[in-house]
Design a protein around this ligand. Structure first.
Ligand code: BG6
Length: 473
């Protein structure tokens, strides 16, 4: 069913697991300023300016799950599970603490030397995101982060540094995590404080243009530095369905999908799509571009399409439809009556993965890579120490089945990396209670716990899936 070289793996991100936020010369990252869930982190994500100068007792990402110190144990656990690929990110402020220095921080690089060497020791292929919600905060303070074009140079210096350092060690690169997230959570996506802007949409799309140009530069550099490098874009995916067969609903779903495709159209096809003109006009956006941007985007398209998938989304136009909403991973979606829903309000739609994969492959005709998928929910440690997460097994099994169906439909897919394989801090809520892992970490929402790692029931299940190359589900 799955090709021999299929990359079964695991996905995590520096900002949600490393912690050690002041160690090894690391600078502050935007994510370090997000307080815990009890202080309304969702509000913080949308209105960061209200919180930035306020003191809170606990900032979860600062210690996170202490992967910085515990990575040998974590990589060993993942290796024992049999993974072939491990997605993580490099924390940009570990390498350039202020973001605009000309010299890299050697201690930060030394940490990733050790981490990638550990992966290689077990024959694990690292898949590295260059920026996963981890813009150095100093760049926000000094330049307003990605709204300033100088960010392209800072980012390129950082990219060159790590691409050269890890030549031959890391082959799979992703310039930005969920690049379309900048339109939904601009502070995490691009270090932006949009409330200060006259037209927030202008600021967001201008910043997005800078990221797209920076991303094309990353592709160029990666290919120049090592022609064996493979670089992918990364979309927060999940196709929008129309609420009904009412033509207005269908048109609304096309428009919503365009808002996401816009980014991948640029990164994969090499130019802004034709619908961008109208979209920008309606949002009052006038992009400032420079000579050379067009050619750079055209000549440096990505090799594969990486994406996260948690659920499909739904859009409609009638008053009735608009009454009932759910969480579409930082994106508002309508409640789909045909789908189950998690305690965190996220809908469960395995078939939607097959639909999304067909949509993306039809559109781009490049290999896809599922680099995030998973069920965020509360787990309980039983008296005998076990964590019986059969619900997670069921969720993952159903999604793998639908991925296999998509592949049988003819979609090329490089691998499957379930999200947060070892429990980590959730990005949206900033909490520990919402867990994704096959490995449990003893830590609670207030930051209490021993940080001890414990295999859940899903751990052995996934181990068998990998060992049987997806035959035993
Ligand atoms: C993706 C992000 O959007 O969704 C991850 O890339 C995030 O960083 C994941 O953790 C799940 O979302 P949440 O809010 O449940 O952590």
């Amino acid at each position: 069913m799955f090709p021999e070289n299929f990359l079964w793996g695991a996905a995590m991100a520096a900002n949600q697991c490393e912690g050690a936020y002041r160690e090894g010369g690391r600078g502050l990252s935007c994510v370090d300023l997000l307080p815990d869930a009890a202080h309304g982190r969702w509000d913080m994500l949308y209105h960061p300016e209200k919180y930035l100068d306020t003191e809170f007792a606990y900032y979860p990402s600062r210690r996170a799950t202490d992967f910085y110190h515990r990575f040998p144990e974590d990589i060993r656990l993942l290796a024992e599970m049999g993974i072939k690929a491990f997605r993580t990110s490099i924390s940009w402020p570990r390498i350039f603490p202020q973001g605009d220095e000309t010299e890299a921080n050697e201690e930060g690089l030394a940490f990733y030397d050790r981490l990638f060497a550990e992966c290689r020791r077990y024959g694990i292929e690292p898949v590295v995101t260059l920026c996963h919600f981890d813009t150095p905060y100093a760049l926000t303070q000094k330049y307003g982060a990605w709204k300033d074009r100088r960010m392209i140079d800072f980012y390129c210096r950082y990219c060159r540094t790590v691409l050269e350092r890890y030549r031959g060690i890391v082959r799979y690169w992703i310039p930005f995590n969920e690049i379309n997230m900048i339109t939904h959570i601009p502070f995490l996506g691009g270090g932006l404080l949009v409330a200060k802007e006259e037209n927030p949409q202008q600021a967001v799309y201008q910043a997005a243009h800078h990221q797209l140009v920076a991303g094309a530069n990353a592709v160029r550099l990666a290919h120049e530095i090592d022609p064996d490098n493979r670089v992918g874009c990364m979309l927060a995916a999940g196709s929008f369905y129309p609420y009904s067969c009412r033509p207005e609903d269908v048109m609304a779903s096309i428009e919503k999908n365009h808002e996401n495709y816009l980014f991948i159209d640029v990164q994969s096809r090499g130019a802004y799509p034709s619908y961008a003109k109208r979209m920008f006009a309606e949002k009052g956006v006038r992009l400032a571009a420079e000579d050379g941007d067009e050619a750079l985007l055209r000549e440096n398209t990505v090799d594969y399409i990486a994406f996260s998938y948690y659920s499909s989304r739904l859009i409609g136009t009638s008053e009735e439809a608009l009454k009932n909403v759910a969480d579409g991973n930082a994106v508002t979606t309508l409640r789909n009556p045909y789908l189950a829903i998690t305690d965190w309000g996220r809908q469960i739609d395995p078939v939607g993965l097959r639909i999304t994969m067909n949509d993306l492959y039809d559109r781009y005709q490049k290999p896809l890579f599922v680099v995030e998928n998973g069920l965020g929910c509360e787990d309980r440690v039983e008296e005998d120490g076990s964590v019986r997460d059969d619900y997670r097994i069921d969720y993952t099994r159903q999604h793998i089945r639908q991925m296999a169906e998509a592949m049988a439909d003819g979609v090329e897919c490089m691998g499957y990396l379930p999200w947060g394989t070892i429990d980590l801090i959730s990005a949206g809520g900033g909490e520990m209670k919402k867990r994704y892992g096959f490995v449990y970490v003893d830590l609670d929402n207030e930051g209490q716990g021993t940080l001890e790692r414990r295999k859940k029931q899903s751990y052995e299940w996934y181990q068998r899936v990998i060992a049987s190359n997806g035959e035993e589900l």
